[in-house]
Write a protein that binds this ligand. Structure first.
Ligand code: DGJ
Length: 552
């Protein structure tokens, strides 16, 4: 009976041209302690890169400048903008030429696509809304600053804004569903770096009325239910009460205003995502411009899915699978930690394209079991033209490097993809990120204490005497009892037994090919292991080594 059903389904699928497996849409699943992105029924790691903002705006430019540049860098996923003004130049008149070209370009070049919906908001502003919306301020209202000045930011409190944005987004999802037969498009970012400026909330009449209203029960219920795990900032500002106005529940300050903005943006975005998913249920997420250290709400783009507002967004936008940070500031570990949560798959959709990015990609995947990593303007490697990274960690010279770091890191990830996906979600895979400031790290893994040091700490190379070391990064996997795999750059490992009476020693180190991740190139010993004292991948080298430990 079973066999007949299978045969019938097969005949039906051949006759109707429907690919049965195409129903297994891309999805994100919980996998052990982490998450996995599943494409065509297999775990997929996004070795991604985001295109420069204007580089998907003509078919020619995409053809000439995008695909080859991505392939050269071992990229398997492109984050590609879809511009509302170009797909709906007149109301209800849609043109998906660019979307179609992106899908077929991705397909031809074996590169998956994450579309970025540049809809109502792009970096707070509404620069990508079509001109028929821009010019009709009455029908499509804007937010206002505290001084009552209209901003080029669509109001999240307007049903007309939401309706128009939703309609265009659903048309886009419909087009993708109908035209992408091979799961080239794997995910969608809803809007881009949503946030309020230059005040912590919209001061228009409509917004002020909503602000005076009761805080919705959906939010207070969430807060009560999650009260023990809320971010510190929410614990500080929420009075713990369940009914009342925003100011009653969160105090009379810009912090209450920012929480109100976050809720309003989240609810709006959720409406867009919900409607889009009804058409085609792809994973969706929102990205976030981080708050500049030392600045207050209103001074930085406020109310987005920021570290201190993640709970508000989780409550207001349950249709989004992920909230993800765009990291252009130093102190990478601080930011990443806030987004690594049990309720939030981990992905970095934007990072400055600089010399630190390769090491950070390895760290994000090793330590946070990330779905992927994605430097910005990857086809132009635009670091030199971008504003410098803020924060004390990196010097300008170090940031620029030679910009081969992403291709090198992605090549390593490609070689060990199987191992990464096998150990994803377990406590057997860890990451290291080391630089001039954070020179060493110690972890317990596989029954050993493992001390990781930046290679320059050995002091053996001329480079180690220079200020501003290259950033080192690595993934370490405990593949079996006493067996490990190290994948990375610029790192030295020493080992201690957890049993104080014993010592830990090295049995064997194999250097593995960075072409296939399998072939043994050499057995490393003698000078290479400092006569059995350490495992080392030198600064500047991007390598893979397998090693075995023992106790004596
Ligand atoms: C973050 C935004 O999300 C990107 O679209 C781009 O504007 C970059 N900043 C760099 O400028």
């Amino acid at each position: 009976m079973k066999n007949y059903t299978i045969i019938l389904l097969f005949v039906f699928s051949v006759l109707s041209g429907i690919n049965i497996t195409a129903q297994n849409f891309p999805k994100i699943i919980k996998h052990g302690n982490a998450y996995q992105l599943i494409i065509n029924d297999k775990p997929f790691i996004m070795r991604a890169g985001e295109l420069g903002n204007s580089n998907a705006s003509t078919v020619n430019y995409m053809k000439k400048c995008v695909w080859e540049n991505l392939k050269k860098q071992n990229i398997n996923t492109a984050l590609v903008p879809v511009y509302w003004d170009l797909i709906e130049p007149e109301e209800n008149n849609f043109d998906f030429t660019l979307v179609k070209a992106a899908i077929s370009g991705g397909e031809k070049n074996n590169i998956k696509i994450v579309f970025l919906w540049f809809g109502a908001w792009k970096n707070s502003m509404s620069c990508y809304v079509p001109s028929w919306i821009k010019k009709d301020v009455k029908r499509f209202p804007r937010v206002e600053s505290k001084e009552g000045i209209k901003q080029e930011i669509l109001s999240p409190y307007s049903q007309e804004n939401l309706k128009a944005d939703k309609k265009a987004f659903c048309k886009l999802m419909e087009f993708i569903k109908q035209n992408d037969k091979n799961q080239t498009v794997i995910m969608v970012q809803v809007e881009n770096e949503i946030a309020m400026l230059p005040s912590a909330r919209d001061y228009s009449k409509t917004a002020t009325l909503v602000f005076k209203n009761e805080v919705p029960a959906a939010l207070t219920d969430y807060l009560s239910k999650h009260k023990n795990t809320l971010t510190d900032s929410l614990k500080k500002y929420w009075s713990g009460e369940n009914s009342g106005s925003w100011e009653k529940l969160f105090g009379q300050s810009i912090y209450a205003e920012e929480i109100f903005s976050a809720w309003s943006f989240a609810v709006y975005t959720n409406e867009i995502a919900k409607a889009g998913k009804k058409v085609y249920n792809l994973p969706m997420y929102a990205n976030c411009a981080l708050n500049r250290p030392g600045k207050k709400p209103g001074e930085y783009p406020s109310g987005g899915p920021l570290p201190h507002l993640i709970d508000i967004w989780k409550a207001g936008a349950p249709c989004l699978e992920m909230l993800s940070p765009d990291i252009y500031f130093g102190d990478f570990k601080k930011w990443t930690k806030s987004y690594f949560r049990d309720d939030n798959p981990f992905f970095i959709p934007e990072h400055q394209y600089d010399a630190t990015a390769g090491a950070k990609a390895l760290y994000a995947i090793g330590e946070y079991h990330a779905l992927g990593f994605s430097p910005f303007s990857v086809e132009t490697k635009q670091a030199a033209f971008m504003p410098p990274v803020l924060g004390a960690t990196f010097e300008e010279k170090t940031q620029k490097g030679n910009l081969t770091e992403i291709p090198n890191a992605y090549n390593l990830i490609k070689c060990v993809e199987n191992e990464i996906t096998t150990f994803n979600g377990t406590d057997k895979m860890r990451g290291f990120l080391l630089d001039t400031i954070n020179q060493r790290d110690t972890i317990i893994l596989g029954g050993y204490e493992i001390i990781a040091k930046h290679d320059n700490l050995l002091g053996w190379s001329a480079q180690s005497k220079q200020p501003g070391w290259r950033t080192s990064g690595a993934i370490l996997i405990n593949t079996d009892k006493d067996e490990f795999m190290l994948i990375g750059t610029g790192i030295v490992l020493n080992f201690k037994s957890l049993n104080k009476k014993n010592n830990a020693g090295i049995l064997e180190i194999k250097e593995i090919s960075t072409e296939d991740g399998k072939t043994i190139i050499r057995y490393l010993n003698g000078d290479e292991s400092h006569q059995g004292r350490h495992v080392r991948i030198t600064d500047g080298e991007w390598g893979i080594q397998k090693f075995k430990l023992y106790e004596y």
